[in-house]
Design a protein around this ligand. Structure first.
Ligand code: PAF
Length: 284
């Protein structure tokens, strides 16, 4: 595996692969790999000839009161894990390489980015502007045939699919299932912030999703009743959600009933960690 830090070196490395007709898979990450990242890399490894993993903690997607300064980083460990999986290129550019002096462009997806995490009282649309701008740049830098993202960031996944469709970016977006610890906690780089007691409370999120899944499996369709089942699990562990909402899994419009694919998305702060999780109810 090669670690590459500049766009010109990356282009030089990938051009002969592309000319030879070899498929290129990209896994965009902010590093501090966990099982979720590794499963994306394994899928890319199984399905593409050349696998590029990008590692860049993107400052423009962090709000002023968020954890950019303390976001966990360990490039050496990440490189060893990626190498074990058979990744070909770890693309780890510097801040200046991604945002050179004078950088003034923003790529914005509207609508989908204004609810849930994008609501002005939460991370805000600026968070998604940061994501869509850097992902557009990564797509242009790597020019992958396929790119992998995780379903844990369900809203991000929809936003990126919309970005690719709206701008005719020639990449297939693959969304991989959320990876969980044995007790149900969704894997996240931010789980390192949790003390043992907070980790126990954090289980409230996955338990809330399970309670909703059970209610729907028992035939419940009313959004209020399904949400009440989920909320009771949060209450039981003293976790106050930033939001817990049912929305269309296709366009994030509000859902009054679980008819068709309905996204149940939850966000909550547990200690220092802001956690998100979701499940798709009422459909595949
Ligand atoms: O999901 C993430 O880790 C980030 O939002 C991404 C897609 C790598 C963009 O910085």
């Amino acid at each position: 595996m090669r670690t590459i830090r500049t766009v010109s070196e990356l282009r030089e490395a990938l051009a002969p692969e592309r000319r030879a007709g070899r498929s290129i898979g990209l896994v965009p990450t902010m590093g501090f790999f966990h099982g979720g990242h590794l499963s994306l890399m394994r899928s890319a490894r199984a399905e593409c000839d050349v696998v590029v993993v990008s590692l860049f903690v993107n400052p423009t997607q962090f709000g002023p009161n968020e954890d950019l300064a303390t976001y966990p980083r360990d490039e050496e460990r990440d490189a060893a894990l990626a190498e074990e999986i058979g990744v070909d290129v770890l693309f780890a550019p510097s801040l200046d390489e991604v945002y050179p002096v004078g950088f003034t462009t923003t790529v914005s997806v509207h609508g989908l980015t204004e609810v849930l995490d994008g609501h002005p009282a939460r991370r805000g649309q600026g968070h998604f502007d940061g994501v869509t701008t850097v992902v557009t740049k990564l797509f242009n830098m790597v020019q992958p045939d396929r790119a992998w993202f995780g379903q844990k960031d369900a809203q991000q996944a929809l936003v990126i699919k919309r970005l690719v469709r709206d701008l005719d970016i020639p990449v297939t977006v693959e969304i991989a299932p959320t990876v969980r610890d044995a007790d149900g906690l969704a894997l996240s780089s931010r789980n390192v912030y949790l003390s043992p007691e907070e980790r126990e409370r954090a289980l409230a999120l996955s338990r809330a999703l399970q309670a909703a899944e059970q209610a729907v499996a028992a035939g419940e369709r009313d959004a209020g009743t399904v949400l009440a089942a989920a909320r009771s699990e949060l209450d039981a562990r003293g976790v106050e959600p930033e939001y817990i909402e049912l929305r269309s899994a296709d366009d994030l419009s509000p859902a009054a009933r679980v008819d068709g694919r309905t996204l149940l998305a939850v966000a909550a702060r547990v200690g220092r960690a802001r956690l998100i999780d979701n499940t798709v109810l009422g459909g595949a």
